[in-house]
Design a protein. Structure first.
Length: 423
């Protein structure tokens, strides 16, 4: 066993050296093994030219059997798409060195943070010494493992990458270390696949130092993962934030709740923008309630072109109806900023729903996210639940679709205006 591990380590060292010399540089140009619709929607497989040459072949030249791959890409996952808060071996945890005052400050939340962390479970992964000369983290795989046996899920709201290896067991990762470039990895855990599902094998869960995208390649029974910032992969980035979720129902009235309407609108936006060239991150796609600080972090760390929060209003005067858009009037961005985004949102949404515009307003103290985000940010309140007639409309799927159309039109218009001379 030790000899086998040593041989694998030697092979890995050669591959890393090759990476440093640029022999696998092309892996970051969409021609890699990627089992996710985050990086690409296709699964490609490259092969070695021969053991005596020891180099990685051109993925375009050798793709035997790829058409039969049955891997189903999965979306970027949000905070509570499934239980995804387990933690394992610490690699570099900055919180450990924090003093009591700093840690106390970190626990302050502007509102209910939604999901909390659960106790660690599973086995801690073994990590080799980090290699600063390597671009990739190397994950050893069983010899029988193929591309279709691997599924990668990016839980960006939790800063966690989950890799399902369908042909492995926990014993395999007790004897084989994760190595290569570990700069973006804080912790790692190996646990059994979900019981009661069709999943087999083990899940490798990596807690990351930030929000990342990735490219992967499968080579010589190893999976190489290259972590990239969102801006390295996408030219256009938008964050959509459906307000509320979980125990935070938001405004309620006439039998409807804000959290349900905002989520339905976000899902319709996803349907419309999925086929565009715009990368959209969603703070939630289910009934979870990410903390306000997590929503802010998503917009700031991805360096989004714009952040749009979807809300539904309420008023003590039930006769009041119409759409309002709020922005941070204390934070000015030259050219295109929050007020310009708010203005476009208001006009496009009201035009789409043929509704009433109540105008733009400055964010209040309780509008933590809009006030804290350092990219153009606005929240559109698409109607008043306390108005009986407007509540009826807000509960209708076709009306929610029109709201989504308005928001999508606003996003497209922003990019069109940016592409104009002087934009």
């Amino acid at each position: 066993m030790r000899l086998s591990v040593m041989k694998k380590a030697a092979i890995g060292s050669v591959l890393y050296s090759m990476a440093a010399m640029g022999l696998i540089y092309y892996l970051s140009n969409d021609k890699v093994i990627t089992i996710s619709d985050v990086a690409q929607d296709e699964v490609e497989e490259s092969t070695v030219t021969g053991p005596e040459e020891g180099k990685i072949s051109d993925p375009e030249e050798e793709q035997a059997g790829l058409s039969e791959n049955k891997t189903v890409p999965r979306e970027n996952r949000t905070a509570s798409d499934e239980d995804n808060t387990a933690k394992g071996t610490d690699i570099a945890d900055p919180d450990k060195e924090a003093g009591p005052e700093e840690n106390a400050e970190k626990t302050k939340k502007p509102q209910d943070a939604g999901t909390g962390e659960e106790e660690d479970r599973g086995e801690k992964l073994i990590f080799g010494t980090g290699d600063s000369n390597s671009t990739y983290m190397r994950i050893p795989l069983p010899e029988e493992c193929k591309a279709e046996d691997i599924v990668i899920e990016n839980y960006y709201m939790n800063q966690e990458l989950c890799i399902l290896v369908g042909t492995a067991d926990a014993d395999f990762y007790e004897a084989n270390a994760i190595s290569g470039n570990l700069d973006m990895v804080k912790k790692g855990l190996c646990e059994a696949a979900n019981e009661g599902t069709d999943e087999k094998g083990v899940k490798l869960r990596f807690s990351l130092t930030g929000i990342f995208e990735y490219h992967t390649i499968l080579e010589n029974h190893d999976l190489y993962v290259n972590f990239l910032s969102p801006r390295e992969m996408y030219d256009k980035i938008v964050v959509i934030d459906p307000y509320g979720g979980g125990s935070n129902a938001g405004n309620e009235g006439n039998g409807l709740s804000e959290k349900d309407i905002t989520l339905q609108v976000a899902k319709k936006i996803k349907e419309k923008l999925d086929e565009s060239d715009i990368k959209v991150y969603y703070t939630r796609m289910d009934d979870s309630n990410p903390g306000e600080e997590d929503r802010v972090r998503l917009a700031n760390e991805t360096r989004a072109d714009m952040y749009i929060r979807i809300q539904v209003d309420a008023n003590e005067d039930s006769s009041v109806y119409g759409a309002t858009t709020i922005y941070n009037e204390d934070y000015f961005i030259p050219g295109f900023g929050s007020v310009e985004l708010a203005d476009i949102l208001e006009r496009e949404v009201v035009t789409s729903i043929k509704g009433k515009a109540l105008g733009l307003t400055g964010a209040e103290e309780e509008d933590y996210a809009v006030r804290s985000i350092t990219v153009p940010a606005a929240a559109v309140k698409v109607g008043c639940l306390t108005n009986k007639q407007e509540a009826i409309l807000l509960g209708r799927e076709e009306y929610q679709d029109k709201i989504a159309d308005g928001i999508c039109n606003a996003v497209q218009k922003v990019y069109e205006d940016k592409n104009q001379p002087g934009g």
